[in-house]
Design a protein around this ligand. Structure first.
Ligand code: FES
Ligand SMILES: [Fe+2]
Length: 415
């Protein structure tokens, strides 16, 4: 039996409204397939414009087997390249972040310009033509302060995601923010378990005492259904849209991405222990009005979910490490001129989500350990609270079926 037919059989067996078969959370072959069919094909959130504000600033990102350099050129343009030397393949940038006028391979010092061209290869002989040996480019787009990469040779159209980001995030001017703090944690669970946990707040009351001071556990907030029938959310949308802030529920037709602005509990403006702002100045100088606007939420499978508030924004980047390990990086963005100790206290700014991330890590790991037992069998999601999880699982299964090609689809239909 081929891997494809095994997967087809598993997908055909998948009961709507139930969690996935154990293999989807544990199996190394399915992990490789996830890399090929999702992580090496989709647009992935890599980082923020403001992290590489200067020409020559770069960061690197590891996606499965690929290492990618994201660098700002002397012309201000952000580009991405495979972090693989065109001489004998050494990794070029060895650090996660840095700044350089040229990219120099540490092995034999082949030297590449910031636009990827090979500028200099020492002692290769007079006949050597450097032109064909530039760094291999990776598709890269920047929109509303977010940098995206795609490892696909023919990436999907980025226009719908650009439109959503610019429409919803534009007023927050995240291009001119700065990262006040970032944290990276490893969760011992498959990347889909990290997402399933993110897409519901059924677990919040019992696990997130700090977050629950400000973030509503209502399924209309975290899920994908019912927001328009919730009078408090409808009133919030109307008030925000009167200020020119796009707020209504906006979902991509294939379910990969969604934006919505939601009210927080008791008029809270920020994810702090009191609900009051953590940063004394707004994220954007041009932001309309002084009132709080709750939280702007955006997810884009498989790499990112986000919360944008009036005083700061929090981005989350998910990257798979193995079938049973996932890296989650969280960044807190504030106005570029906000001064720590004057405009904000770092502990007050970060404590709620540092605690929440650690609580989520623990419950994802407990979930993964339970699923590892032969006694595990897929269980039913709550129709009331876990609509968002069902939507994620459906997106995953449907996308995988589609991408496995017509032969697999025919086989699934016949089974
Ligand atoms: S491998 Fe990079 S210069 Fe030789
Ligand atoms: Fe959580």
């Amino acid at each position: 039996m081929t891997l494809e037919s095994t997967i087809s059989a598993l997908l055909a067996r998948q009961k709507p409204g139930f969690s996935l078969d154990q293999a989807f959370y544990r199996d190394d072959d399915i992990y490789r397939l996830d890399l090929e069919e999702f992580w090496y094909r989709d647009w992935l959130f890599a980082g923020h414009d403001c992290e590489i504000a200067q020409p020559g600033s770069f960061f690197t990102v590891q996606v499965g087997d690929y290492s990618v350099i994201v660098v700002r050129g002397r012309d201000g343009v952000i580009r991405a390249f495979h972090n693989v030397c065109r001489h004998r393949g050494s990794r070029i940038c060895l650090t996660e972040k840095g700044r350089a006028s040229r990219l120099v391979c540490p092995y034999h010092q082949w030297t590449f310009d910031l636009d990827g061209q090979l500028l200099f290869a020492r002692q290769m002989g007079e006949e050597f033509d450097p032109a064909p040996y530039g760094l291999k480019p990776v598709a890269c787009e920047a929109a509303a302060g977010y940098i995206w990469i795609s490892l696909a040779s023919a990436p999907a159209d980025f226009a719908p995601q650009r439109r959503r980001l610019e429409t919803y995030f534009g007023a927050h001017n995240l291009k001119d923010a700065k990262v006040a703090f970032e944290s990276t944690i490893i969760e011992n669970g498959n990347w889909k378990l990290v997402w399933e946990n993110n897409r519901e707040c059924y677990h919040c009351a019992a696990n997130h005492p700090d977050l629950c001071k400000t973030y509503p556990e209502a399924p209309s907030v975290t899920g994908v259904d019912g927001a328009e029938r919730d009078p408090e959310i409808a009133a919030h949308w109307a008030a925000c849209e009167d200020r020119g802030l796009a707020s209504r529920f906006d979902m991509e037709s294939d379910g990969q991405s969604r934006a919505v602005r939601v009210p927080l509990l008791r008029g809270a403006e920020s994810y702090t222990m009191t609900g009051r702002r953590a940063v004394g100045r707004k994220l954007s100088d041009g932001f309309p009005g002084e009132e709080g606007i709750g939280a702007l939420l955006l997810f884009h499978y498989p790499t990112t979910w986000n919360h944008v508030l009036i005083d700061h924004a929090i981005s989350f980047r998910v990257l798979p490490i193995s079938a049973t390990q996932t890296q989650v990086t969280t960044k807190w963005l504030v106005h570029k001129d906000a001064v720590e100790g004057v405009d904000y206290d770092l502990e007050k700014l970060t404590e709620v989500w540092i605690h929440t991330n650690d609580e989520d890590r623990r419950i994802v790991e407990d979930n993964a350990r339970g699923i590892a037992s032969p006694a595990y069998q897929p269980g039913p999601y709550s129709e009331i609270h876990e609509g968002g999880v069902m939507q994620f699982v459906e997106w995953y299964c449907e996308t995988l079926k589609r991408r496995l090609g017509p032969e697999s689809q025919a086989r699934i239909a016949a089974e």
